[in-house]
Design a binder for this molecule. Structure first.
Ligand SMILES: [Zn+2]
Length: 309
């Protein structure tokens, strides 16, 4: 059903609706949420979009009226891809550089989940920190200078992602999500919060790996578990990222800025009181600064002891 009309002509915007211009970082899901319309209704209202996984900055989207009761059905949609997301293909940029090439780099970093601050074409300390974090995450020297090595790392990302290949329809929650270059195995666990599921996609893409979900919505307090756990509010997920240690997942989530506001991130270590090491992500439901905590991590936090870092 996600498959749209297979033609590239732009159909006239329905007069019984508002239009919206796609901004960098938008997905159909985020637009649907922002406008309070069901994702399916949004897709139906835009037959000109032949592939919901590919929307473009500046593209006009028709927002249907009177569909605010439409349900969000959990379809996942990859972030918009545009040539603007590509970093500059030549030259060297460093702190103090200015101009459109810097904006391009800033957009590319932001697209990968590394917050460069304002996209203003001014290579300042925040852009440098974001670039260093990107370099570190890709295993190259974190010198904060954008040159051939960083350029190559961005290209490797592009090659390993779906870019340039036909994308597939979205899958139900219980199947791996193969959109983007990361994926999510829900293993039958229910994570009913659409905002959190969207975040998981972003994290999977950020690592370019499969996320294994080990727990989601809970209606009971398990042994060692907290009575105020966000799992009970159906806004938390426990996970591992395949091929990446929990410790590294935790520190990269912290340094990347992907979860800078509104989340509680806990690394439950090998001494955890909650039944096996994992990374926990809970969504507070407001925009307070995120909290990063350790529990049951030898030398850092005892069993059942939550230490903010
Ligand atoms: Zn948890």
């Amino acid at each position: 059903m996600i498959k749209g009309v297979d033609n590239n002509s732009v159909s006239p915007i329905n007069s019984n609706s508002n239009s919206y211009n796609v901004k960098s970082g938008d997905t159909l899901s985020t637009i649907a949420k922002e406008k309070g319309v069901g994702l399916n209704n949004l897709i139906k209202a835009n037959p000109q979009i032949s592939d919901p996984n590919k929307i473009f900055v500046g593209q006009q989207i028709s927002i249907p009226n009177g569909s605010s009761t439409g349900s969000f059905d959990g379809l996942s949609v990859r972030k918009s891809s545009t040539p603007d997301d590509r970093p500059p293909q030549s030259g060297i940029l460093r702190e103090g550089s200015k101009g459109p090439a810097v904006s391009q780099l800033q957009r590319a970093l932001a697209d990968k989940g590394f917050n460069p601050g304002q996209i203003d074409g001014d290579f300042g300390p925040r852009t440098e920190a974001a670039l260093k974090a990107f370099q570190k995450s890709r295993g190259i020297e974190a010198d904060g200078i954008y040159g051939p090595q960083s350029r190559a790392a961005f290209s490797r990302d592009a090659i390993s992602s779906n870019e340039g290949r036909p994308s597939r329809p979205s899958r139900p929650d219980t199947k791996p999500d193969t959109n983007g270059n990361g994926s999510i195995s829900y293993n039958g666990k229910r994570v009913s919060d659409p905002v959190l599921r969207g975040k998981l996609e972003q994290i999977a893409d950020f690592f370019g790996r499969n996320i294994t979900v080990t727990s989601g919505d809970r209606d009971f307090v398990p042994k060692g578990g907290s009575r105020t756990s966000l799992h009970l509010a159906h806004r938390a997920v426990d996970l591992h990222v395949q091929g990446v240690s929990d410790a590294e997942v935790f520190s990269r989530l912290k340094s990347s800025g992907i979860l800078s506001n509104g989340y509680e991130v806990i690394r439950h270590g090998p001494n955890t009181a909650t039944g096996g090491p994992h990374v926990h992500i809970g969504r507070y439901g407001d925009a307070r600064p995120s909290q990063f905590k350790l529990e049951g991590v030898p030398g850092r936090a005892g069993a059942g002891q939550y230490v903010r870092v």
